[in-house]
Design a protein. Structure first.
Length: 160
């Protein structure tokens, strides 16, 4: 950033463009591309994708041979939940941890992949709009590519 001295006024210049002009250009472009709306869509899509993924993870606990898992979970929850709330969910947690639910596990992973694919679709739409690209692909091609990317995203979020 450089400073130009014009009489008694100093103007800051960033890349040859005055800062005020740059701010105006960025704000008008962000408004034209609906950045706030796209950010809201993306945050909703990721929040929506979180719950099926948590369902998958909690159902997966029934398949893991971890000693004293129930006691560890209850101890962690007791630190953050009031006693009455813990008492209400304790039986459900015990059922999830001690019983294997294959159908619920399958539903959880497919729902997590589907909702992650919708988040990827929002990212694709946002990038196309920001760069002024018209996507001419048919719906089924876009759908398959977002499902593939959603599966990769879902798998990478589980990696250590």
């Amino acid at each position: 950033m450089t400073t130009r001295n014009h009489g008694h006024h100093e103007r800051r210049v960033l890349g040859g463009v005055p800062v005020t002009a740059l701010v105006k250009r960025v704000l008008s472009k962000a408004w034209a591309d609906d950045c706030l709306g796209k950010a809201a869509q993306l945050s909703y899509a990721f929040l929506f994708a979180l719950f099926p993924f948590l369902l998958f993870l909690t159902t997966l606990l029934g398949y893991l041979p971890v000693p004293n898992l129930m006691e560890q979970i209850i101890a962690l929850l007791a630190a953050v939940l009031p006693g009455d709330a813990l008492h209400l969910i304790q039986d459900n947690i015990r059922t999830l941890v001690t019983t294997q639910h294959g159908g619920l596990l399958s539903f959880g992973i497919f729902a997590a992949l589907w909702t992650a694919a919708s988040a990827i679709g929002v990212i694709i739409d946002t990038m196309n709009r920001a760069y002024g690209v018209q996507d001419g692909r048919p719906f089924w091609k876009i759908s398959h590519s977002t499902e593939l990317c959603g599966g990769v995203w879902s798998h990478s979020s589980k990696a250590p």
